[in-house]
Design a protein around this ligand. Sequence first.
Ligand SMILES: Nc1nc2c(ncn2[C@@H]2O[C@H](COP(=O)(O)OP(=O)(O)O)[C@@H](O)[C@H]2O)c(=O)[nH]1
Ligand SMILES: [Mg+2]
Length: 430
Amino acid sequence: MSATVAAVATPPGRGALAVVRITGPGTLGVLKKVFRGRTEPEQFKGARIYFGEIVHEGQVIDKVGVAFYKAPESYTGEDMAEITCHGGGLVPALVLEALLSAGAGLAQPGEFTLRAFLGGKIDLPAAAGINALSLVRTKNAHRAAMKRVSGETGRIFRSFREELAALLSECEARLDFPEDVPELDEAEFRERLSSLLLRIKSYLDSSGRAESLWEGVSVVIAGPPNVGKSTLFNALLGYERAIVHHEPGTTRDYISENLEMGGYLIKLYDSAGTGEFTEAVDRKAVARSLELAKSADILLYLLEPGSDLDYPSGENIVRVCSKSDLLRGPAPEGTIPVSAIKGEGLEALSREIIARAAEIAGGEEALLDRERSLLAEACACLSDALAEGVSLELLAESLWEAGRAMDRLLGLDLPRDVIEGIFSRFCIGK
Ligand SMILES: Nc1nc2c(ncn2[C@@H]2O[C@H](COP(=O)(O)OP(=O)(O)O)[C@@H](O)[C@H]2O)c(=O)[nH]1
Ligand SMILES: [Mg+2]
C-alpha cells in the first residue's frame, strides 16, 4: 500500500485562497487528527465538501473547506482531499505542517499525477498535458494541452499500437502454428504495414514541438558586437529592456524576455556579441552566447551594412541586415533589412519569426521530443519490416521492436525510475 502524502498545490505568495492536497489510504486518518467540524472525517462521503477548522497543537490554524474524494473516484484513484484554506505566505504552510505532523509524508513534485497515472486514471500523454496546463500562456498552447488532457492524443497513440499488435499477431500465429494457419497474404499484409507507417509519418509531419509551444519558441539575437542587437531586442519587445551603447561589448551576459507573437509564446534572447574579447568575463559571455545560439529555435543573425563578415549557415538562421538606414543600395540578397532605430523592417522580421514559430511549434498536435523520437523509432522499425525479402522471423522481430517503442510512448512497461523522472519535472502538488 502506498504512503499518504500531502503538499501545497497553489503557488506561494499573497492570494485570497490556497489549496493543500492530500492523497493515500491514510487520508481520513490524518484528517481525523487535524480537522474539527460538524462531521467526523470517518463519516465523510466521497465528492462532498465539509467545513470546519484545522487545529494543530491546540491552536486553530484556519477555517477551511475540505473536499473529500473516496477511492477510486478521485484524481489519484486513492482516498484524497483538497483543503481550501486562506492564501498568503504562511497559512497554507501551517495547514501542511499540521498534516505532516499528523502522519502524512511530503509529496514529491508531480506525485499526485504520478499516482493518477500508476492508478490507471490517466495515460502518459494526458499527464504531460496536465503538466503543460501550468505552463501555457497562449490559447494555441492551451488547446494543444487540452487535447491531451481530454485523452485524444492517447487515443491516437493507442490506435497506432493496436494496429501494430494486429499485424504482429498475424505474423506470430504463422510462426507458431505454420500448419494450422493459411499462408500470409503478403500483398495485403504489406499494404496494411505501409499504411500504418504512412499514418504515423504524416502524424509526425503535421505536429509541432510541444516544448517550444508550451515553454516558448526561443529566438536568439546574435552577431558581432555593436551591430544593434540590443536595440533590436528592445524594439521587438516594445520597451527599453536592454542597455544600448555605442561602445562594443555593452551586453555582457544574455538577457531574456517573453512576448507573444502571432499566438505563440516567444522567448526572446539578447546575447553578448560573438567578437574577440580579451577579458575573461567577456569570453565567458561569448561562450554562453554561442551555446545559446546553438540551441535556439530561431537565430536572428545581425550584420550591419559594409561588414566584411559572412552570415553563418544553419537551418535556424534568419539573416538580418541591421542598421538598414545606413544602406547606400539594396540590402544583401537573402537578408531582411531592419532599422531598429527607425522602426523599419520590423514587421517583415516579425512575419518571418511568426512563420518559423508556426513551422516549429504549430500543427495539429504538439509532440514532446521524447514522443517524437519514439514514433520515429517505430517508423524505422516498420520500414525495416517492409524491406524486400525479409523472413517472417525478422519481420516479427522488427514489429516487436516497433511495439516496444509504442509501449514506451504510452508509459506501459516503462521502468519505475524513468516514469518517476518524467513526473519529477512537474510542480509540487500537481
Ligand atoms: N544608424 C543606426 N544605428 C543603430 C541602429 N541600431 C542600433 N544602432 C546603434 O548601434 C550602436 C550599438 O547598438 P547596440 O544595440 O548596443 O548593439 P549590440 O552591441 O549589437 O547590442 C548604438 O550606438 C546604437 O544606437 C540602427 O538601426 N541604425
Ligand atoms: Mg548589446
